[in-house]
Design a protein around this ligand. Sequence first.
Ligand SMILES: *Cc1c(COP(=O)(O)O)cnc(C)c1O
Length: 427
Amino acid sequence: MSQQTLTENNSVIPQRASTPSTDFERDNFDTWVMNTYGRFPLAIEKGLGCRLTDTQGREYLDFVAGIATCTLGHAHPALIETVTQQMKKLHHVSNLYYIPEQGQLAQWIVENSCADKVFFCNSGAEANEAAIKLARKYGHKVLEIEEPVILTANSSFHGRTLATITATGQPKYQKDFDPLVPGFEYVPYNDIQALKAAIADIDEGNRRVAAILIEPLQGEGGVRPGNLEYFARMREICDETGILLIFDEVQVGMGRTGKLWGYENLGVEPDVFTSAKGLAGGIPIGAMACKKFCDMLSPGTHASTFGGNPLATAAALTVARTIENEGILNNVIERGEQLRTKLREIAAKYPDLFVEVRGWGLINGMEIKEECQLTSIDIVKAAIDLGLLIAPAGPKVLRFVPPLIVSDFEIDLGMELLCEAIEAAIA
Ligand SMILES: *Cc1c(COP(=O)(O)O)cnc(C)c1O
């Protein structure tokens, strides 16, 4: 793909070298910043829509969106206006006082979901922490369980705090951080018999299942959509037993799947759900929304200094209004279908390489065959060299999560770049 095409809609046409530079002050950065990330060797300086420019002036088409976060892309005029105006007016006062924007955002979430009330924090892990605390208190107070257990799924991802790595059903995130938080057990995803068996097994004396915490579609675990039958039966079991059903909507919520909330794809409603990533379009925010027992966490029992501040909640309100007023969900559905069709064509072209393509709306994955030598990182790196940003979801799955405003031209362009990247990776 020539640089000409990539910049077709933009005025600046930078020169692209064959590989991204690694000299952008990287040594300096690594001297001062703790080495907790395996970073790709580029530094991004600015963005517009679905395009990013690095410090060397090279352009990229962004199918990562800050990990499914920049809902409206980069430098969206409405978000710039809101954040600028709110910053001039008031950005933070703490929850010692009433915050009108927080109230308005909560009202919008309640009016546009199954929830009755909302609690605000600053990230996905924090939102899940809130849900875990709520679930435990619910277990004690409502189900009268002395040692409440929370069930989560294998290959899940719920965050990086101690409780949320424990909730995360992937040993690689837990390694060396033991002792983990007690009160979690794991079940295979999309397996109703295993879920029933676990609920029956975990019933010894004071110890019983109080809640299930689960993603409607597993994001980090490899873009695996939930099975409708599984979730329908899970809902029935929770209704019969009183087990609290909590959905982690951190990655799939706020329009990512073509519906506002991921659970709408499954035809069931949770009792509690969490949101974060895309909620404020890239301004840090987290939320726990709940339908039942919203007043479980009474004054003084849970809090966040920054949570729901005027800046973050005003930004989220603007993302919400833009999704509503600009037909964004339709774009997600149409662009998602276009993307999956193209990905399936590409997968069919390389039958020795790919297993399948799956996803909802604009969260899609393409799985590489286990026996194939290539990993997702190999293709991600080759794509970066060609000017396309995509993200791995585990060692064998490529993840495509562009901003929800991505155009039909940009999807086609991204898929042309992907083909070139695959050719380069297998060469
Ligand atoms: C990213 C993610 C989290 C963690 O969110 P942070 O904001 O990084 O704490 C939790 N759950 C899911 C499903 C996620 O994708």
